[in-house]
Design a protein around this ligand. Structure first.
Ligand SMILES: Cc1cc2nc3c(=O)[nH]c(=O)nc-3n(C[C@H](O)[C@H](O)[C@H](O)COP(=O)(O)O)c2cc1C
Length: 379
């Protein structure tokens, strides 16, 4: 590991001052990828085997991607492909530039392998993001893997004007990104989660669909996939409603899940201090809830609607469970903080191994396997 570990892994693991360590890790990754020798070394150390999948009309070198929030400003695009990620989600990006909430706003519990954050969509705004992506593409070309954009709502925009806010960002990023995720589930923008419901969600999807049609015609490309990202804190009734609304409105799939506002039980004093912080919790404690939601969405949609599984993936076992529950693509954030840059290799190589040991020949065949092996009692 050597240099790679010192520049990338250790800062990610040592999140004492979580946000500074995060910035250092991104910078280290970016620097290492600017030199062909260190870039090759990084790829040789951390690059996974191939596990190609075709999703949303595109080829993915593997199904494991970077979750939103890790590279909010799209600063280390070459780094993520060098580490072997199958796709990259940048953002959340909002129409307006935002500083986010006051610091500190990111906290780590090593014992529980959990993070709490209340970042509040700190980001350069979609106009600046478009400029930066244009520059990056001119210099290095398009990323070698699909680039997704996480669309958030600007804090100053009232909920009633949310559709235009999301649509503006989508329009600005349209030439550069391959898939768009409507994020109505971050707990750190006041009342954002209200947008998960019925008309509010349908109106946002409709506004984004209009941009999608206009831009695809203008640029002479196919319409791009539009997904919705949900909270793990929805009740079953709410989940049923969101899935119905998003599907009927024309969303191409769903990302499950964002961070939770729930807190696990713990007797550990250090964990109790961290869990007392306001914000969204991610990492190991959210894994089971996120997988249960994937199960439920798969049931509700007869496995016909693509589900992207995210929440607490820190090894191939976690990833395989989400595939079994019905996810066809996977993402992680917190796993990189606790396991370091080797996470992709361990997950993707581990999935390859699981496939070989299973009766399935492709990952597609495996998606949703636990429904077929042990149908739930309420089916
Ligand atoms: C510091 C931090 C910032 C995040 N920012 C965003 C964001 O801007 N948009 C979003 O949809 N999700 C965001 N997330 C949520 C992650 O994308 C992911 O859904 C969640 O953390 C669960 O996955 P994990 O357990 O692998 O971290 C953020 C998570 C963290 C820890």
């Amino acid at each position: 590991m050597g240099l790679g570990y010192r520049l990338v892994s250790r800062p990610m693991l040592g999140l004492q001052d979580s946000e500074k360590a995060h910035a250092r890790a991104i910078l280290g990754l970016k620097l290492m990828c600017s030199n062909p020798i260190t870039r090759t070394a990084l790829n040789l150390s951390y690059g996974p085997q191939s596990l190609k999948v075709t999703r949303f009309g595109a080829q993915y070198p593997n199904p494991f991607g970077l979750a939103a929030g890790m590279d909010k400003r799209a600063e280390a695009l070459r780094g993520w492909t060098t580490l072997g990620l199958g796709f990259i989600e940048i953002g959340g990006v909002t129409a307006e530039e935002q500083l986010g909430n006051p610091k500190p706003r990111m906290f780590r519990s090593g014992g529980s392998k959990a993070l709490i954050n209340r970042m509040g969509f700190n980001n350069p705004g979609s106009a600046n993001m478009a400029i930066q992506l244009k520059r990056h593409f001119a210099r290095y070309g398009r990323p070698k893997v699909p680039l997704w954009a996480n669309l958030g709502k600007s804090k100053i925009t009232p909920l009633t004007e949310a559709p235009a806010d999301y649509a503006t960002t989508m329009e600005r990023l349209y030439p550069y990104c391959d898939v768009f995720v409507i994020n109505v589930s971050s707990p750190n923008t006041p009342n954002l989660r209200e947008l998960q419901h019925d008309d509010a969600l349908a109106n946002i999807v409709a506004a984004c669909n209009t941009v999608n049609q206009q831009q695809s015609q203008q640029l002479g490309v196919d319409a791009k996939p539009l997904l919705v990202k949900i909270a793990p804190d929805l009740s079953d009734d709410q989940l049923v409603a969101v899935v119905k609304t998003a599907r009927e409105a024309g969303c191409d799939g769903i990302v499950a899940t964002n961070t939770t506002i729930e807190r696990p039980e713990t007797n550990n004093a250090r964990d109790q201090t961290v869990f007392a912080e306001a914000g969204g919790l991610s990492g190991a404690p959210v894994a089971a809830r996120s997988t249960a939601m994937i199960h439920r969405i798969y049931e509700l949609t007869n496995g016909e609607w693509p589900i992207v599984g995210v929440g607490g993936i820190s090894n191939a076992e976690d990833a395989w469970e989400k595939i079994g529950a019905g996810a066809c693509l996977l993402q992680a954030y917190s796993g990189f903080v606790f396991e370091g840059p080797s996470l992709t290799k361990s997950v993707v190589n581990g999935l390859n191994k699981k496939l070989k040991q299973s009766q399935f020949t492709t990952l597609d065949e495996a998606v949703g396997f636990s429904h077929r092996q042990s149908p739930r009692v309420d089916e």
